[in-house]
Design a protein around this ligand. Sequence first.
Ligand code: ZN
Length: 357
Amino acid sequence: MSFDNVIGQHRVKGILQRALSNNRVSHAYLFTGPEGVGKEALAIEFAKALLCTGDDRPCDECANCRRIDAFQHPDFNFLFPSSAKNTDEERAILDSIMQNPYNRKKPWASPTIGIEQIRELRHLAVLKPLEGRRIIVIAEADRMTVQAANSLLKLLEEPPDTMHLILTASQVNSMLPTILSRCQEIRFGPLPDNEIELALVEKMQQAPEKARLIAGMSQGNFRRALQWMDDRFTKSRNDAVEFLRACLKGQKTQIELVEDMAKRYDKKQIKDILSLLLIWFRDALLLSEGGPEQRLVNIDQMETLQKFLGAFESIDFYAASAEIEKSMTMIERNIHINLILLVLMIKLQKIMKLRGR
Ligand SMILES: [Zn+2]
């Protein structure tokens, strides 16, 4: 009963393990916390533990464990936001969850969980399970429409004895209080860097140095870590450094670079580049204060970082970080990206004072 397939989250695992061994499993759980920290992954493992016939639950070997792993257990239902009309797309999403719950494929047009999906679920919920228990996972339950949530409420008010419901959500604020009050909330925190690093080495076969670098960039989110694993990382970091260089150049170069970036990248990618820039400044600050090198994220860029520091008379790191963070929030709010980037460049230019000027 170790939930080894799930990264970190030892406190949460402990709560669920105790519930299992004391046979006091709740009828409705709500797993809350940021994205990419393993809420769905643990929901699946917990479902396995509830139906496992092995000694060490979940054993990963018995027929029930394997059928849940393949999403083919008749007593296990996994629901997620979907338009419900496109079954091919649904299958593709389920397949991606099956392969890696941390890195599931998301539909393009972020749909909601509609009342039809919940109605269907309520029919299922009352069917007699084959193995004594029915486990229903609703991923991203915070995307239920109000009608869907109200329909689910009826099920929560009188849950069948055999049913265990696990909801996951990252935006609890948008959920009906009446739903929240009927679920046992289990809070997931961001993953510590060292857990992500270990998982990248052990589960994803990354080289230790690269794993540390990616862990430092992923802000406690394993999904982000997986996205950084490809070459995009090196490319984005080069873009971040290029952006920084352009801050010191004339306006024409700056405008050209910004236009080029806005053309090549979407909002999310530009935010990633800015978060790399943020980490760059953090590393530079650490280095300038003589902090331990092991704590640098861009450990492979020591020389460039030193050169960067050497070029300036003074840098107000806190002001620079604040400006970058502000720009990231503004991008979120859909303000014209070119303008945000250009203003950021001009501000950073003022904050960083070149030597001999
Ligand atoms: Zn098993």
